[in-house]
Design a binder for this molecule. Structure first.
Ligand SMILES: [Fe+2]
Length: 472
C-alpha cells in the first residue's frame, strides 16, 4: 500500500515537472501573465470547444457525485475530480447540526482512493485529472450528515462546500422515493439541466435518482460529461444516484474510460468486464438491478452470463419490490425498433420472478404499459404482471408507434418519473419539466404478492411530435 502511494506521489511529481516544463515552453499559458495580453485564443486547435471551464479540472473538487452502495442505510459512495496537483483526497463527514457546531466535534476523515487519469477525445484538448473516490461507511440509518471533499489540508481553499446527505431507513415499510430519468444524451447543459433541476425542485425529499443510460452522446467526450455534472450541480452530491450504461457510453463494445473512475457502483455483477455496469443493490424494501444491455448486445461473454446472474439474484430476493433498469427496452416504442433477443433472454426471468418495474430508455419517446394489456387500457387491472416504462429526459425526440402493451404513450416530451413506495403501494408519476403530470399509476401488492394496477392516466391529450415539428 505504502509502495503504491510512493509510486503515485512519484508519478504526480513527474507529471508536475512535465507540466512545468511544457508551461515553460509555452509560458503564455499562465493566466496571470500580465505581460502577455492579446485577443487570440490560447487553444487555436480546439476553437470549436469553447466551454473549457467544464472540461479542465482545478485544485478545487468538481464533478462531485454520491452513489448508492449495497447498504444504503449505513453507507454511501462519493466521487470527485481534481487536477494532478492534488495527489490524494479525503472526505470529512459529521452528523448534521442546526448551526456550524459540527465543525468543532465529531468530524471523521476518510481517505479516498486516487486514480491518475488522462484522456483526449477527438477534437477535445488533453485532460489530465485525478479521480478520487471513497465509500463512507459506519453510518446510522435515516440520519442526516454533512460531508465535504478536498485535499485534507484544513487551511486550504481546495475543498468543496459541505453537502447535506441523508441515509436510507433500515425500518421495513418506511416510505422512500426515487426519480427515474431516460436518456439525457444531447444538449445536456442547454436543455437537460432544467429537467433534473425541476425534478429536484418538485421533489426535494427524493431519496435517490436512477439514470437509464445514454447520459451523454459520446462516451469519452469530457465536455459532455462536464455538461452532465454542471446540469445536476449540487444535486449530484446531495441525492445519491445509480446508473446503467447505454449504447452511447460504449463504442465498439468498449465502455467509456470515464465510467469507473467517476462513479462508484456495486461490483457484485457476474463478470469483470461489466463490473459497475451490471449490479444489484437494495434500497429499503426494494431490490434494484442494473442490466448492461449494450454489453448483452456487443460483448459475447457478457450475454448469457447476465441472464444466469439475474435468475440467481432474483431467486434469493427477499425484498417486497423489484425494479430492473436496462437501456434497451424489452418492448420498443420507436418506429421500426425491436430488441427481440434481449426480450427472449430476459422476459422469461422477469415473468418468473414477477418483477414489478422495468425502467428503460434508448427510444427517445415515452410509453408505459404491461404485456397483457392488449390495448384494453383498463383503469383497474388484477395481476397485471410487470410494468414496463420507456422514457426520455433530454431533447432528442423520435416517433413512436401505438402498440397494444401501451397504456400511455407520448412523443416530443421531456419527462422525469417519481416513484414512491409506501407500504403496500408503489406510486408512479411522470412529469414534464414544467410540472405537468403526463402519466400515473399505482401498483398495490398484498401479502401474497398479488398485484393490482390502478391506471391514473391524466385527461390531458397525447403529445405527438407531428403537432410540434412539421415534416417536409
Ligand atoms: Fe441509446
Amino acid at each position: 500500500m505504502k509502495l503504491i502511494k510512493t509510486k503515485l506521489t512519484f508519478l504526480i511529481f513527474i507529471t508536475i515537472l512535465c507540466c512545468n516544463a511544457q508551461n515553460s515552453k509555452n509560458s503564455h499559458n499562465h493566466i496571470d501573465d500580465h505581460e502577455h495580453v492579446h485577443p487570440h485564443s490560447h487553444y487555436p486547435k480546439y476553437d470549436s470547444i469553447v466551454a473549457h471551464k467544464l472540461i479542465f479540472p482545478s485544485q478545487v473538487p468538481d464533478r462531485i457525485i454520491a452513489n448508492l452502495t449495497v447498504d444504503a442505510a449505513h453507507s454511501f459512495a462519493v466521487n470527485w475530480r481534481t487536477d494532478q496537483q492534488i495527489a490524494s483526497g479525503v472526505v470529512e463527514i459529521a452528523l448534521a447540526t442546526d448551526g456550524p457546531e459540527f465543525l468543532f466535534d465529531g468530524v471523521r476523515t476518510i481517505e479516498a482512493k486516487n486514480e491518475i487519469f488522462e484522456n483526449q477525445n477527438s477534437k477535445e484538448p488533453l485532460v489530465k485529472a485525478v479521480y478520487h473516490s471513497a465509500i463512507i461507511d459506519n453510518l446510522e440509518p435515516k440520519t442526516t450528515y454533512v460531508y465535504r471533499v478536498g485535499n485534507g489540508i484544513k487551511e486550504s481553499a481546495a475543498w468543496s462546500e459541505w453537502f447535506q446527505f441523508t441515509t436510507a431507513s433500515a425500518t421495513p415499510g418506511d416510505t422512500f422515493s426515487f426519480i427515474y430519468f431516460g436518456d439525457a444524451q444531447n444538449s445536456i447543459k442547454s436543455l437537460w439541466s432544467r429537467v433534473i433541476r425541476s425534478s429536484y425542485q418538485k421533489f426535494p425529499k427524493v431519496n435517490f435518482m436512477l439514470h437509464a443510460g445514454d447520459l451523454v452522446n459520446d462516451r469519452d467526450a469530457n465536455l459532455e460529461w462536464g455538461e452532465w455534472f454542471f446540469a445536476g450541480s449540487f444535486i449530484h452530491a446531495t441525492v445519491p444516484s445509480m446508473m446503467t450504461p447505454g449504447n452511447h457510453e460504449y463504442r465498439k463494445g468498449v465502455l467509456s474510460a470515464l465510467w469507473r473512475p467517476q462513479f462508484t457502483l456495486p461490483q457484485n455483477g457476474p463478470l469483470e468486464v461489466i463490473s459497475e455496469t451490471c449490479y444489484a443493490l437494495d434500497y429499503q424494501d426494494m431490490k434494484l438491478i442494473s442490466i448492461d444491455a449494450e454489453a448483452f448486445d456487443e460483448i459475447k461473454e457478457a450475454r448469457e452470463v447476465q441472464v444466469i446472474w439475474l435468475d440467481s439474484v432474483l431467486s434469493t430476493n427477499t425484498k417486497k419490490w423489484t425494479a430492473i433498469t436496462m437501456h434497451y427496452p424489452i418492448y420498443s416504442t420507436a418506429k421500426g425498433r425491436d430488441n427481440k433477443e434481449l426480450r427472449e433472454a430476459f422476459q422469461p426471468i422477469i415473468d418468473k420472478y414477477k418483477v414489478d418495474l422495468v425502467l428503460q430508455g434508448h427510444d427517445h419517446t415515452y410509453a408505459r404499459g404491461y404485456a397483457d394489456n392488449e390495448g384494453k387500457g383498463l383503469t383497474m387491472v388484477n395481476d397485471a404482471g410487470t410494468i414496463y416504462a420507456v422514457s426520455v429526459s433530454g431533447p432528442k425526440m423520435y416517433d413512436s408507434q401505438d402498440k397494444d402493451w401501451m397504456v400511455r404513450r407520448g412523443e416530443y416530451t421531456q419527462l422525469f418519473q417519481i416513484i414512491t413506495v409506501e407500504k403496500d403501494t408503489l406510486k408512479y408519476e411522470a412529469y414534464t419539466p414544467i410540472g405537468t403530470l403526463y402519466d400515473a399509476f399505482d401498483l398495490i401488492k398484498n401479502e401474497h404478492g398479488k398485484k393490482q394496477l390502478i391506471n391514473k392516466v391524466p385527461k390531458t391529450p397525447i403529445r405527438l411530435k407531428k403537432d410540434y415539428i412539421k415534416e417536409n
